[in-house]
Design a protein around this ligand. Sequence first.
Ligand code: 5GP
Ligand code: 5GP
Ligand code: 5GP
Length: 217
Amino acid sequence: LCVAAQDFDFFYFVQQWPASYCDTRRSCCYPTTGKPDEDFSIHGLWPNYKNGKWPQNCDKESSLDESEFSDLISTMEKNWPSLACPSSDGLRFWSHEWLKHGTCSALNQHAYFQTALDFKTKSNLLQNLKNAGIKPRNGEHYSVESIKKAIEEGVGHTPFIECNVDSQGNHQLYQVYLCVDSSASKFIDCPIFPHGRKCGSKIEFPPFSSNDNHAEF
Ligand code: 5GP
Ligand code: 5GP
Ligand code: 5GP
């Protein structure tokens, strides 16, 4: 019997900025467990090859089994909320991430989710940005370079910054990619950055607190 080896080179650990997911033309829906905190949240932990390609859906027989990670669910609701519509409790998103990416990770479900939660804590993105004076604020523009530098100073490795566009056409911080070694033990320098998804040189970092009247439809 051949157990699949770690057939990939590193992970992208991807975190999203919820306000930037929500203020696009497409809008969003808050989770059934309530509006998320104003903090980065986990998108996923994605096995990747050094040439930029990646494996996905590595076990077509797998299915999400809540009983394997029941001790993590409340922490995941807080740190890995799903903002897609319609509103959900997260299970659908976690299942998608597990089946598409987690099944290629050589980790079991509990380890996969636990590892992602641990790397979110370790990356401490919002605090690292605040330490450099970079705070979520309407109308303020930050250079992508200053954002990268602030994260690099805290994490020790340069992130990839992905932007999207809000309903008014402003480019804004959407996702932060950090790289993790294939045994999921530490952050590393990224062997390759994702293609496309570039930002302008100055971007917004929108707040997620007031006048959000677009969710829960
Ligand atoms: P999007 O088109 O929104 O950038 O990506 C759609 C999906 O493709 C992501 O949610 C993710 O599952 C997968 N994906 C996109 N880019 C990458 C990548 O560079 N590496 C890996 N492993 N998956 C990716
Ligand atoms: P990917 O395939 O890019 O890893 O994951 C994106 C998929 O997860 C999409 O099908 C998207 O609709 C779903 N999804 C559910 N909740 C969220 C969320 O909060 N953020 C993102 N980016 N995708 C979500
Ligand atoms: P997916 O294949 O993930 O459903 O959707 C593709 C892209 O659309 C992803 O990049 C994801 O971030 C985005 N997306 C999916 N669902 C939603 C949604 O409800 N609201 C917003 N703003 N973006 C979404």
